[in-house]
Design a protein around this ligand. Structure first.
Ligand SMILES: N[C@@H](CCC(=O)N[C@@H](CS)C(=O)NCC(=O)O)C(=O)O
Length: 345
């Protein structure tokens, strides 16, 4: 644990920007698709313990929304979703792991921000989840707004966007608080559960994750303020445009399938569709897979293996799961949300 008073040193190293202490990327022009095919699996960096996003189930199988993004890329590349090895990464080492080639893709609640996009040698794929930072407190604290948190100890993780967001939120209001920083998410959560901090802060979706593992979820309440924009997106190395396009279009395939009403259960019947865009999306017509260096059935395989965006969302995060999230901005643009796939044309 790093107490607030020793934070100055951390701040000087880009901690404030949530960069995780790294500033430059080695240039390795190796084609990730070739490496991945030769290896026979994708190396996917994920959160160690984030129910709904990435966690190991009781049989040790990794599950979650972020996990499914890597499974979609696996289905696109290999025709099957489980040619993936998961590498659990703490917040402060995650971007380094992409830079060094330890992972091919980081699907880990990563916020796409200017400084990350422009100083780390990384690229961000499409936003897969529009989030925002919130704060959670024990109910017994009797606090109903973040503005009541003067002098509170607030638990957070290093190498994240969260501290700068707190500063940006509290400083103009002249509210002082004590950030308490932990090395990993287990320590961070347990410190909050044991009362070491008055509040915990992270993306609102992640607060739902934290609450889901609390022994008494009802003992905690998420405060109404959303203090930032956290567009979460898969992250890849900047020097491999083909790999980036595979990741981009794998996500767009999930969104396009929802736009077209194609589901895991009905995808086969859509193979006979008269809609030219569906024909291209499912590889019935055109060479869209070949343009990516993949089989023309690449996106059919994604939908057949995982379903469309809302199926992935509902299975991992939706109202029937222990996170119980509603879609909010993560609805299709046609339904008032922000999700939009460029045309398959
Ligand atoms: N979206 C923010 C924060 C994302 C984040 O890393 N959240 C933490 C909690 S603050 C987390 O991943 N927890 C789960 C884990 O570490 O396994 C960012 O990219 O900096």
């Amino acid at each position: 644990m790093v107490k607030a008073r020793s934070l100055t040193r951390w701040l000087a190293f880009g901690f404030v920007a949530g960069l995780g202490f790294v500033s430059a990327a080695p240039a390795s022009a190796q084609a990730t698709l070739d490496t991945v095919k030769k290896r026979g699996k994708i190396l996917c960096g994920v959160s160690p313990v984030a129910p709904g996003f990435s966690y190991a189930d009781d049989k040790g199988v990794r599950r979650g929304f972020d996990v499914d993004i890597c499974r979609a890329v696996s289905a696109a590349v290999f025709g099957e979703p489980d040619k993936v090895e998961y590498v659990p990464l703490n917040t402060n080492v995650r971007f380094q792991a992409v830079q060094s080639g330890e992972v091919d893709i980081l699907s880990r609640q990563n916020t796409w921000s200017f400084s990350r996009d422009n100083s780390l040698g990384l690229d961000f794929g499409p936003v897969v989840f529009y989030d925002g930072q919130g704060l959670m407190v024990p109910k017994k604290l009797n606090v109903s707004s973040a503005s009541e948190l003067a002098n509170a100890a607030i638990c957070l993780l290093p190498g994240t966007t969260t501290l700068q967001n707190l500063e940006d939120f509290f400083r103009p209001k002249n509210i002082k608080y004590e950030p308490v920083v932990f090395e990993n998410s287990d320590e961070w959560r347990n410190a909050f559960f044991s009362g070491r901090c008055d509040a915990i802060t992270t993306d609102r979706s992640d607060l739902a994750s934290v609450r889901a593992i609390a022994s008494d979820p009802d003992a905690y309440v998420v405060l109404p303020e959303t203090v930032s924009k956290e567009p979460l997106a898969p992250t890849i190395r900047q020097n491999d445009p083909n790999w980036r396009k595979i990741v981009d279009w794998s996500v767009y395939a999930l969104i396009a399938a929802e736009e077209k009403g194609i589901t895991q259960a009905n995808v086969d019947s859509h193979l006979k569709s008269e809609d030219p865009e569906i024909q291209r999306l499912l590889g019935v017509n055109g060479d869209f897979g070949k343009m990516l260096g993949l089989d023309n059935k690449w996106s059919y395989n994604i939908i057949k293996s995982l379903g469309n965006y809302v199926e992935v969302f509902d299975r991992n995060l939706g109202p029937k799961t222990r996170l119980g999230l509603t879609r909010g901005p993560n609805k299709l643009w046609t339904e008032g949300g922000l999700l939009y796939a460029p045309p398959f044309r």
